[in-house]
Design a protein around this ligand. Sequence first.
Ligand code: ATP
Ligand code: MG
Length: 398
Amino acid sequence: MIKEVILCKYGEIILKGANKSTFESILLKEVKRRARHVGGFTVRYAQSTVYVEPEEGAQFCDIDEMYEQLKKVFGFACVTRAAVCEKDMDTVCAVAAQYIPPRLAGAKKFRCEAKRSDKSFPLKSPEIAAEVGGAVLEAMHGAVKVDLTEPDITVRVEIRDKAYIHAGQERGAGGIPLGSGGRGLLLLSGGIDSPVAGCMMAKRGLYIDALHFESFPYTSERAKEKVLQLAKEMCEYCGRIRVHIISLTHIQEELRDKCDEDYFTLLLRRFMMELADMTAHEAGCQCLITGESLGQVASQTMSAIGVTDPVSSLPVLRPCIGLDKEEIVERARNIGTFDTSILPYEDCCTVFTPRHPRTRPELEKVTAQEEKLDRPALIKEAWESKYTVVVRQFDDER
Ligand code: ATP
Ligand code: MG
């Protein structure tokens, strides 16, 4: 029987010089965390590649699922399933002739490439490629042709500690390992943009905590469940997310009763940013993350952002700022949060929305509005409503 492994090749980590081993150990920890839930696998790394192999005699080992998991690990440029065998050409050709044909189903043209990191191997790369390509061609009985310039699929042979043979290498999740860059607090609404923003920053190495504002009874229990479901879906990439929940009910009622309607959203957003800043400090997060996109709505004009930004003492990352809605939607579909995001539940930002929100607010006018409120007391009351739900990728995880 052919032995199969999964090869995961580093992306940017290759460039990390002296720090490479720190990134590698974070990456390995993440791969092992996932492997624990998918079966008995051994995980090791060598030559800028992580090798994930089914353990000998493992009782349970789902390689299909492991492969899907590895496509969601930040830090890998590409992943592939490969047959592994001894490094002699007869064996390599025999294994290729058996392993590769099912993987060329539907393809009309292929090419074979070889790479040898073991320079003591007697054949050079072009010779290896020619021999293995010939063996595959013969095994396919004329169903495919060789095309070196425009193949449908590339068969690869890698001579490393052993010989690895594969076809159909896929792109990995890219980025740098989860957790290698610290921790960020994502302001998570029930919409399309914020889960995308969170996953974009996780891709750049941040562990994610989330903060959701509710406004019960103006927002419902189902709206909150939807947000927890979004966090669960994000965990496919982010691992584990603590979702902090704060009630804005009284703040919103006070705004409605005491402030000019035009400023309502901006004032609310300043409360949100301040409470987010406090949550981030308590939760050990070094930045805030929002799903804002410049000009998308009145509260996301440059002037509006200029009025809400100064409330936070931490950097506010807005990875969607330069993306069009269509581009954000495409990303939401790719990470698998879109269908949940479009479920029609209300968000606190859509409660008491002004008919004519200010798009060019001035900071002095906004702060003058705030003087109508007992801001410290409202912040304190909201802060005291905070509670935390931990959402995990796998239900049996600690
Ligand atoms: P989204 O898909 O992120 O909801 P949106 O277009 O609805 O996008 P807004 O409602 O204006 O955007 O909110 C902008 C950002 O403010 C969101 O991306 C999110 O980061 C934050 N935000 C909005 N509502 C909430 C909420 N209820 N709890 C936490 N953060 C929120
Ligand atoms: Mg929203």
